[in-house]
Design a protein around this ligand. Sequence first.
Ligand code: FAD
Length: 431
Amino acid sequence: MENETTKVVIVGGGFAGLNCAEELAHHKSLRIVVLDRNNYQQFQPLLYQVATGTLSPDNAAFNLRAVLAHHANVDVVMTEIQSVDLAKRTAYSVSGEEFRGDVLVLAAGAEPNFFDIPGVHEYALPLYSLADAERLRSRLLEALEAADREPTGQQEELRFVVIGGGATGVEIAGAIADTLQRMPDYAFKHINLRRASVTLIDMAKTVLTPFSKRSQEYVTAVLKERGVELRLGVSVREVERDGVFLLDGTRIPAHLVIWAGGLKASRLSASLGIKTGRGGRVDVQADLSVSGFPGVYALGDFANVRTSTGEALPQLASVAQQAGRYCARNIIAAVSGLPEQPFEYRDKGIMAMVGRNAAVAEVGSHRHGVTGMLAFAAWLGVHALLLTTVRAKVQTFFEWAWEYFGDVHVDPILDRPDVDWSNQTRAAQSE
Ligand SMILES: Cc1cc2nc3c(=O)[nH]c(=O)nc-3n(C[C@H](O)[C@H](O)[C@H](O)COP(=O)(O)OP(=O)(O)OC[C@H]3O[C@@H](n4cnc5c(N)ncnc54)[C@H](O)[C@@H]3O)c2cc1C
């Protein structure tokens, strides 16, 4: 029988934590507390569309209390956790609160990894959170507005640089190229946006390394066709306020630099007092528990999860979602005195969007490859279904249809003119 007083504390209300909470919530004898620094779950796969104005921020974020509204046994606390005592199964907030659980689930996700490259932290904008996407959108529009103010004939060519050729980098580079090409003429009358450049840099010799050669070739061709210049096989040495230095000695001038070069576990992992694995993530056992700390689990982007054959699972929403549900079932088994089961990931494949009518999908564990319009439609369908609420699924689908079939573009509204978006401010805030 479940213990009536079992309290589960979940740090992080993202894909992993939220799915875990929803599954646990069906067991009325459990009390669940979800702790998150935001009062919403952010939907990272759509952030690049928020950053380029295809979707509004509320299409990519869901109020946690509203999502969990039907579960009286779940409480949401908006708080920043600064440390965790694994032995005591207790999370401590920056404002001094303590959250002790009979069970503790760590699902604090990831954050950008700047690899200590000089200038990246100060001058490049990452794309991991909703705040990042809104900041990026404002900076993109500011660059366009500033160019539009310049006297005719004296305008510099607008240059955007994206660092990182994984799915995030490809998606944002493709989306900026599409936005520039498809911006209606009335939007910025004094600049020729078709002359603006987008450069995508990666130290690997190809984009999208986890994908097949065929997918990589397709994506490379589409990006080039849309005017994205690829600088592959070369590392970034330094980012400056107005440009990027590469290790081969070249310098690329830039009005805006976007960092999509890598992620590491949320900095909370450094407070755990244990040796962490790749990317600062917590190495977990097959049942997602943390070795040596009974009742403690780690999931999603915060954890290194291995398959039964020893392969590390990728940092994907589908892995986090499935792990969240799995972990919940193991917690329920444990409090009921039943054996816990090893986590088995059902691999449905990988996909990446390149831009309008262009995407790649490799379906299932056998990676059956699809490109072009079919993959584009599949990407939209799969991501609409992944959205957390029914309202969001319907609303987002309408936004896409409106944009696609009506060829109606979101009016570029720079709605944060009073905010200092400089990276220096951001850097100071994140210290
Ligand atoms: C731009 C981008 C695009 C992506 N696109 C895709 C895609 O198309 N398909 C796909 O499958 N995957 C995609 N991913 C990966 C996917 O988003 C992640 O794998 C997934 O979000 C991981 O879920 P999670 O619950 O572990 O972490 P998250 O969803 O990041 O949730 C972690 C939560 O913890 C909270 N948190 C962190 N630290 C603290 C703290 N100290 N105190 C309080 N709260 C804290 C955060 O606010 C957040 O809500 C993308 C990722 C990015 C960045």
